[in-house]
Design a protein around this ligand. Structure first.
Ligand code: PEP
Ligand code: MN
Length: 248
């Protein structure tokens, strides 16, 4: 990959206004891919589960208005056809990396679609490579991005939610288009920038970062890790500089 693969946006699609305002700002910073979940894998059933198809329609409208490409998660095999109509990149979440039925069906039904496969939070490298082979052997020929988003280690719950496995990024960087998700690894906004830099330094070909609309915005999902667009702009600039310095 020549240029960094840069994806940013809210954790979850909440309203058209909020999504559009975020997208316009990201677009003005040169970001090509807008992320945002419509179908959300939440740990607790009481939590906001996402807008579903309504969220996908919001993404479509934002895409039409801004020209940004859409990255959004597909949670179950039965939603593949629906989500692939709206997504430029189908996201397979951390919790679904081991969902072999989903992987097989994406391989078959969405063969040409670009896919972003997130590493399971407790998945070994061998298991990740197995999931990649599931997609490929069942027919996937689109572009495949692999995303390191942090794994469970001893530190979980103490200062962060997950530990970013920079070794895996370095290990896979020459064989796969691997990107870093510092947001879910960090779990809190003050750590996001440092994990982003670490990922890029380790050889990530890009990042996926969660942002919020403004300082007052409290996202319905993953609020603690959401950063402002101003902070995002700074991280973007420094990541580009770092990548240039180390890898160009
Ligand atoms: C997300 O990207 O919003 C998400 C749910 O991430 P993960 O699957 O890595 O937890
Ligand atoms: Mn999230």
């Amino acid at each position: 990959m020549k240029d960094l693969m840069l994806i940013a946006g809210p954790c979850t699609i909440e309203t058209l206004e909020k999504t559009l305002s975020i997208a316009k700002k990201l677009k003005s910073l040169g970001i090509e891919y807008l992320r945002g979940g419509a179908f959300k894998p939440r740990t607790e059933p009481e939590s906001f589960q996402g807008l579903g198809e309504k969220g996908l329609k919001i993404l479509k409208e934002v895409k039409e208005k801004t020209g940004m490409k859409i990255v959004t998660e597909v949670m179950g095999p039965e939603e593949i056809e629906l989500v692939m109509q709206y997504a430029d990149i189908l996201q397979i979440g951390s919790r679904n990396m081991h969902n072999y039925d989903l992987l097989k069906k994406i391989g078959k039904k969405a063969s040409n679609k670009d896919v972003l496969l997130k590493r399971g939070m407790s998945a070994t490298k061998k298991e990740l490579l197995g999931s990649i082979r599931y997609l490929k052997q069942y027919g996937h020929i689109g572009r495949l991005y692999i995303c390191e988003r942090g794994i469970r280690t001893f530190s979980n719950g103490e200062y962060d939610r997950f530990t970013l496995d920079v070794s895996l990024i370095a290990d896979l960087k020459d064989s796969y288009d691997i990107i870093v998700d510092p947001s879910h690894a960090a779990g809190k906004s003050s750590l996001v920038e440092y994990l982003a830099y670490s990922g890029i330094a380790a050889g990530a070909k890009g990042f996926m970062i969660e942002v919020k609309a403004n300082e007052e915005d409290i996202p319905k999902c993953d609020a603690n890790q959401a950063i402002t667009i101003e902070k995002f702009a700074e991280i973007l600039r420094k990541c580009k500089e770092l990548h240039k310095k180390l890898y160009k």
